[in-house]
Ligand binder design. Structure first.
Ligand code: C5P
Length: 234
Protein backbone atom coordinates (compact mmCIF):
# COMPACT_ATOMS: atom_id res chain seq x y z
CA UNK A 1 0.00 0.00 0.00
CA UNK A 2 1.20 3.52 -0.82
CA UNK A 3 2.58 5.43 2.14
CA UNK A 4 3.65 9.00 1.65
CA UNK A 5 4.36 12.40 3.16
CA UNK A 6 2.01 15.14 1.92
CA UNK A 7 3.25 18.74 2.28
CA UNK A 8 0.44 21.15 3.25
CA UNK A 9 1.01 24.16 0.96
CA UNK A 10 -0.78 26.66 3.19
CA UNK A 11 0.26 29.72 1.21
CA UNK A 12 -2.02 32.65 0.30
CA UNK A 13 -1.25 32.79 -3.43
CA UNK A 14 0.16 30.99 -6.47
CA UNK A 15 3.37 33.02 -6.48
CA UNK A 16 4.40 31.98 -2.97
CA UNK A 17 3.36 28.38 -3.59
CA UNK A 18 5.35 28.03 -6.80
CA UNK A 19 8.39 29.76 -5.28
CA UNK A 20 8.25 27.26 -2.40
CA UNK A 21 7.92 24.30 -4.78
CA UNK A 22 10.84 25.58 -6.91
CA UNK A 23 13.12 24.45 -4.09
CA UNK A 24 12.13 20.83 -4.78
CA UNK A 25 12.87 20.94 -8.51
CA UNK A 26 16.10 18.95 -8.05
CA UNK A 27 14.34 15.91 -6.58
CA UNK A 28 13.66 12.92 -8.88
CA UNK A 29 10.27 12.37 -7.30
CA UNK A 30 8.32 15.54 -6.61
CA UNK A 31 6.54 15.69 -3.23
CA UNK A 32 2.82 14.96 -2.87
CA UNK A 33 1.25 18.31 -1.90
CA UNK A 34 -1.99 19.45 -0.30
CA UNK A 35 -3.84 22.47 -1.65
CA UNK A 36 -6.42 23.84 0.74
CA UNK A 37 -9.37 26.23 0.57
CA UNK A 38 -7.42 29.46 1.00
CA UNK A 39 -5.10 28.81 -1.93
CA UNK A 40 -7.77 27.22 -4.14
CA UNK A 41 -10.32 29.97 -3.63
CA UNK A 42 -7.65 32.66 -3.99
CA UNK A 43 -5.75 31.30 -6.98
CA UNK A 44 -8.50 29.28 -8.69
CA UNK A 45 -8.31 25.86 -10.36
CA UNK A 46 -5.33 26.95 -12.42
CA UNK A 47 -3.08 26.45 -9.39
CA UNK A 48 -3.95 22.74 -9.51
CA UNK A 49 -3.03 22.55 -13.20
CA UNK A 50 0.25 24.39 -12.65
CA UNK A 51 1.34 22.25 -9.72
CA UNK A 52 0.34 19.05 -11.56
CA UNK A 53 2.32 20.15 -14.60
CA UNK A 54 5.42 20.27 -12.39
CA UNK A 55 4.94 16.59 -11.59
CA UNK A 56 3.40 16.74 -8.09
CA UNK A 57 0.50 14.59 -6.92
CA UNK A 58 -2.24 16.72 -5.36
CA UNK A 59 -4.55 16.29 -2.38
CA UNK A 60 -7.23 18.95 -2.91
CA UNK A 61 -8.59 19.64 0.58
CA UNK A 62 -11.96 21.32 -0.04
CA UNK A 63 -14.12 19.23 2.37
CA UNK A 64 -17.33 19.15 0.32
CA UNK A 65 -20.71 18.94 2.11
CA UNK A 66 -23.94 19.57 0.18
CA UNK A 67 -26.90 17.71 -1.32
CA UNK A 68 -25.87 14.53 -3.17
CA UNK A 69 -26.51 15.88 -6.68
CA UNK A 70 -24.45 19.03 -6.09
CA UNK A 71 -21.57 17.04 -4.60
CA UNK A 72 -21.70 14.55 -7.48
CA UNK A 73 -21.39 17.36 -10.04
CA UNK A 74 -18.67 19.18 -8.12
CA UNK A 75 -16.67 15.95 -7.80
CA UNK A 76 -16.94 15.46 -11.54
CA UNK A 77 -15.17 18.81 -11.97
CA UNK A 78 -12.42 17.73 -9.54
CA UNK A 79 -12.04 14.44 -11.41
CA UNK A 80 -11.51 16.37 -14.63
CA UNK A 81 -8.95 18.59 -12.88
CA UNK A 82 -7.04 15.33 -12.37
CA UNK A 83 -6.49 15.62 -8.62
CA UNK A 84 -5.05 12.53 -6.91
CA UNK A 85 -6.91 12.82 -3.60
CA UNK A 86 -9.87 14.91 -2.41
CA UNK A 87 -12.22 14.93 0.54
CA UNK A 88 -15.69 15.59 1.95
CA UNK A 89 -17.53 15.64 5.28
CA UNK A 90 -18.92 12.24 6.27
CA UNK A 91 -21.71 14.22 8.01
CA UNK A 92 -23.20 14.71 4.53
CA UNK A 93 -24.62 11.13 4.79
CA UNK A 94 -23.83 7.83 3.10
CA UNK A 95 -25.96 8.85 0.12
CA UNK A 96 -23.93 12.01 -0.40
CA UNK A 97 -20.69 10.02 -0.20
CA UNK A 98 -21.97 7.49 -2.75
CA UNK A 99 -22.90 10.38 -5.06
CA UNK A 100 -19.40 11.79 -4.62
CA UNK A 101 -17.84 8.49 -5.73
CA UNK A 102 -20.17 8.44 -8.73
CA UNK A 103 -19.04 11.93 -9.75
CA UNK A 104 -15.35 11.11 -9.29
CA UNK A 105 -15.36 7.84 -11.20
CA UNK A 106 -13.52 7.92 -14.55
CA UNK A 107 -14.62 6.07 -17.68
CA UNK A 108 -12.22 3.22 -16.83
CA UNK A 109 -13.85 2.73 -13.40
CA UNK A 110 -10.97 4.21 -11.35
CA UNK A 111 -11.27 7.35 -9.26
CA UNK A 112 -8.98 9.73 -7.34
CA UNK A 113 -8.67 8.74 -3.68
CA UNK A 114 -11.66 10.04 -1.72
CA UNK A 115 -11.19 10.60 2.00
CA UNK A 116 -13.78 11.61 4.61
CA UNK A 117 -13.51 14.07 7.44
CA UNK A 118 -15.30 12.43 10.40
CA UNK A 119 -15.39 15.17 13.03
CA UNK A 120 -13.09 18.17 12.76
CA UNK A 121 -10.39 18.15 15.44
CA UNK A 122 -11.60 21.65 16.36
CA UNK A 123 -14.94 20.14 17.50
CA UNK A 124 -14.83 18.91 21.10
CA UNK A 125 -17.33 16.83 23.09
CA UNK A 126 -19.10 19.95 24.37
CA UNK A 127 -19.63 21.36 20.87
CA UNK A 128 -20.72 17.91 19.67
CA UNK A 129 -23.46 17.81 22.31
CA UNK A 130 -24.45 21.46 22.64
CA UNK A 131 -24.09 22.70 19.04
CA UNK A 132 -24.66 19.57 16.99
CA UNK A 133 -26.98 17.73 19.44
CA UNK A 134 -24.99 14.50 18.99
CA UNK A 135 -25.10 12.68 22.30
CA UNK A 136 -22.50 9.96 21.77
CA UNK A 137 -18.87 9.98 22.87
CA UNK A 138 -16.57 11.56 20.27
CA UNK A 139 -14.54 8.38 19.64
CA UNK A 140 -17.73 6.42 18.85
CA UNK A 141 -18.96 9.16 16.52
CA UNK A 142 -15.61 9.19 14.69
CA UNK A 143 -15.69 5.37 14.25
CA UNK A 144 -19.33 5.39 13.12
CA UNK A 145 -18.61 8.05 10.50
CA UNK A 146 -15.50 6.14 9.37
CA UNK A 147 -17.59 2.98 8.94
CA UNK A 148 -20.19 4.94 6.95
CA UNK A 149 -17.41 6.21 4.70
CA UNK A 150 -16.15 2.67 4.13
CA UNK A 151 -19.71 1.46 3.38
CA UNK A 152 -20.13 4.24 0.82
CA UNK A 153 -16.98 3.07 -0.98
CA UNK A 154 -14.56 5.79 0.15
CA UNK A 155 -10.86 5.06 0.45
CA UNK A 156 -10.25 6.31 3.97
CA UNK A 157 -10.53 9.11 6.50
CA UNK A 158 -8.59 12.10 7.75
CA UNK A 159 -7.90 11.48 11.44
CA UNK A 160 -5.49 12.21 14.25
CA UNK A 161 -2.50 9.84 14.25
CA UNK A 162 -3.82 8.71 17.65
CA UNK A 163 -7.01 7.40 16.00
CA UNK A 164 -5.31 5.65 13.05
CA UNK A 165 -4.93 2.29 14.79
CA UNK A 166 -8.58 2.18 15.87
CA UNK A 167 -9.79 3.16 12.40
CA UNK A 168 -7.77 0.31 10.88
CA UNK A 169 -9.21 -2.11 13.47
CA UNK A 170 -12.78 -1.07 12.66
CA UNK A 171 -12.51 -0.59 8.89
CA UNK A 172 -9.61 -2.79 7.79
CA UNK A 173 -5.94 -2.20 7.04
CA UNK A 174 -6.64 -1.21 3.44
CA UNK A 175 -8.85 1.70 4.59
CA UNK A 176 -6.50 4.69 4.46
CA UNK A 177 -5.70 6.95 7.39
CA UNK A 178 -4.47 10.41 6.43
CA UNK A 179 -3.08 12.13 9.50
CA UNK A 180 -2.11 15.76 10.17
CA UNK A 181 -0.66 16.90 13.51
CA UNK A 182 2.89 15.70 12.81
CA UNK A 183 5.93 17.36 14.40
CA UNK A 184 9.61 16.59 14.70
CA UNK A 185 10.51 15.92 18.34
CA UNK A 186 12.24 19.30 18.70
CA UNK A 187 9.44 21.34 17.01
CA UNK A 188 6.99 23.57 18.83
CA UNK A 189 3.51 22.00 18.43
CA UNK A 190 2.01 25.48 17.71
CA UNK A 191 -1.80 25.28 17.58
CA UNK A 192 -1.84 21.47 17.19
CA UNK A 193 -2.95 19.85 20.41
CA UNK A 194 -2.15 16.19 19.85
CA UNK A 195 0.99 15.60 17.86
CA UNK A 196 3.23 12.72 16.83
CA UNK A 197 6.62 12.43 15.17
CA UNK A 198 6.80 10.90 11.66
CA UNK A 199 8.33 7.72 13.14
CA UNK A 200 5.51 7.42 15.69
CA UNK A 201 2.93 7.97 12.95
CA UNK A 202 4.54 5.13 10.99
CA UNK A 203 4.55 2.84 14.05
CA UNK A 204 0.85 3.46 14.65
CA UNK A 205 -0.04 2.67 11.03
CA UNK A 206 -0.78 6.05 9.38
CA UNK A 207 -0.84 5.70 5.61
CA UNK A 208 -0.25 9.35 4.70
CA UNK A 209 1.02 12.10 6.97
CA UNK A 210 0.11 15.71 6.19
CA UNK A 211 2.92 18.01 7.27
CA UNK A 212 2.78 21.80 6.99
CA UNK A 213 4.91 24.12 9.10
CA UNK A 214 7.63 21.63 10.11
CA UNK A 215 8.52 21.69 6.38
CA UNK A 216 7.18 25.01 5.05
CA UNK A 217 8.66 27.08 7.90
CA UNK A 218 11.94 25.14 8.13
CA UNK A 219 15.23 26.86 7.31
CA UNK A 220 15.88 24.02 4.86
CA UNK A 221 12.47 22.80 3.60
CA UNK A 222 13.93 20.15 1.28
CA UNK A 223 16.07 18.76 4.10
CA UNK A 224 13.06 18.72 6.44
CA UNK A 225 10.94 16.95 3.80
CA UNK A 226 13.62 14.30 3.16
CA UNK A 227 14.01 13.73 6.89
CA UNK A 228 10.24 13.31 7.20
CA UNK A 229 10.23 10.78 4.35
CA UNK A 230 13.07 8.77 5.91
CA UNK A 231 11.51 8.77 9.38
CA UNK A 232 8.03 7.93 8.10
CA UNK A 233 8.85 5.36 5.46
CA UNK A 234 11.56 3.71 7.59
O1 C5P B 1 1.34 23.25 9.76
P1 C5P B 1 0.70 21.96 10.16
O2 C5P B 1 1.63 20.76 10.05
O3 C5P B 1 -0.01 22.03 11.49
O4 C5P B 1 -0.41 21.75 9.02
C1 C5P B 1 -1.36 20.71 9.07
C2 C5P B 1 -2.28 20.79 7.89
O5 C5P B 1 -3.30 19.80 8.07
C3 C5P B 1 -3.01 22.12 7.74
O6 C5P B 1 -3.22 22.33 6.33
C4 C5P B 1 -4.32 21.89 8.46
O7 C5P B 1 -5.35 22.68 7.95
C5 C5P B 1 -4.57 20.41 8.13
N1 C5P B 1 -5.45 19.74 9.10
C6 C5P B 1 -5.17 19.66 10.45
N2 C5P B 1 -6.03 19.01 11.30
C7 C5P B 1 -7.13 18.42 10.82
C8 C5P B 1 -7.44 18.47 9.46
C9 C5P B 1 -6.56 19.15 8.62
O8 C5P B 1 -4.14 20.17 10.89
N3 C5P B 1 -7.91 17.76 11.65
Amino acid sequence: MAKDVIIACDFPNAEKTLAFLDQFSGLDRKPFVKIGMELFYGAGPDIVRQVKKRGHQIFLDLKLHDIPNTVMRAMRVLRDLDVDMCNLHAAGTVRMMEAAIEGLTRDDGTHPLLIAVTQLTSTDQTALEEDLWIEHPMDQVVMHYAENARKAGLDGVVCSPLEAGKVHEACGLDFLTVTPGVRFAENDAGDQKRVMTPAQARAIGSDYIVVGRPITAAEDPVGAYLRCMTDFLG
